[in-house]
Design a protein around this ligand. Sequence first.
Ligand code: GRF
Length: 194
Amino acid sequence: MPIKRVAVLFSGSGSNLEALLEKLHNKVFNGTKIEIALTITNKKDAGGIKRSQKFGIEPELIEHKDFDSREEFDEALVRKIKKENIDLTVLAGFMRILTPVFTNQIKAINLHPSLLPLFKGANAIKESFESNEPRAGVTVHWVSEELDSGEIIAQKSFEKEKKMSFEKFKEKIHKIEHEILPETVIKLLCEKMN
Ligand code: GRF
């Protein structure tokens, strides 16, 4: 049975990492097994560390402050990912801007909490909530040199409700994230080649 090895990079609470672990780790889809073979974080206090450990996966800590440049940090990421023979890298709340050292060498997808190309960058949820846009949602896209600008793979959207609180809005975004990211990984790695 083919096994596809996935790396997940995170910087924060790791709720998307947990969704991937719960829904995909060591599970078989269309005759292909998905293994979350590697998790990496750049933050030693990231909440996702405990979530990874809960599944028996000790995250690699690669802290950007230990490197003299973005490129050297990215090179360390690339080395680790290559060493683990990873088929697909998933940025699940990895809050680092990656240089071509990474984007030219690693096949990676990113989760972004807006309907790209609207609201790129780190404040997408708030900007999307405060905008006049009638709809909001989540995007999964290929990672390219330009931030939040790679080819879009999947999007899920919903109609914004006038009286919806920001808390409720964030909850809805994260709920969609926890669905669309695992679904997209399965599609990319396990879709029957017709
Ligand atoms: C998610 O909203 C993701 O879209 C954004 O960072 C957040 C990560 O959340 N890039 P978590 O760490 O997966 O809970």
